[in-house]
Design a protein. Structure first.
Length: 202
């Protein structure tokens, strides 16, 4: 019995460190049969993270995600303010319904980032407007809006778990990118992503 518990705990740690899973309607489906797990640690208020979103993520989507060769997961650490934490909860609430719309919301939030990105700018009103742009039905839209604002919701719990995992990995600055546990040397250079991803697919 003790052996089973130890193995289960180890599996949970491995899944958390990978941070990639398909989540729909509250059900988790970790891609254990896939080896391409791209985890981007960042902050919605980080200008350098926005650079990765605009220059690297579109290429990853085109070359790997749309071909089901990889999954991209953005872990918002909320280093730069409480409003960033709210954005992270909103994104996770969407992820519980649709991975595709989750990535779209990430992009929409980054697109709203002003030049002075460290000021408070991610309001609930702004988030609600971005959520309205997603391809969700009325029921799903209202569910997302309620969940990210509601303390002790699944989205709040997931956001808290993300911060715990980052602390375990000793993430102190962003952006930081891992692919299946291997750190991307230069997160601004697409060739560094391809080197790892193509090695994994060979």
């Amino acid at each position: 019995m003790k052996f089973v518990l130890k193995c289960t705990s180890l599996l949970v740690i491995v899944l958390l460190l990978c941070s990639c899973s398909t989540i729909k309607n509250g059900a988790f489906n970790n891609h254990l049969d896939q080896t391409k797990c791209i985890t981007i640690y960042g902050d919605y208020k980080c200008a350098y993270c926005k650079k990765i979103e605009n220059t690297i993520v579109p290429k990853l989507k085109k070359d790997y995600v749309k071909k089901d060769k990889a999954e991209v997961n953005f872990v918002n650490l909320g280093f730069l303010g409480k409003d960033s934490i709210n954005a992270g909860r909103a994104a996770l609430a969407v992820k519980l319904i649709s991975d595709k719309e989750y990535l779209k919301l990430n992009h929409l939030i980054f697109n709203e980032q002003p030049k002075n990105s460290h000021k408070t700018w991610i309001t609930k009103n702004l988030l609600d407007k971005q959520i309205d742009k997603l391809n969700l039905n009325d029921e799903e839209t209202e569910k997302v809006k309620k969940m990210y604002k509601e303390k002790n919701s699944k989205a709040w719990e997931m956001a808290s778990d993300d911060k715990k995992v980052a602390k375990k990995k000793n993430v102190k600055k962003v952006p930081l990118v891992y692919i299946n546990g291997e750190k991307v040397k230069n997160p601004y250079e697409y060739k560094d992503y391809k080197r790892i991803l193509d090695k994994k697919t060979s």
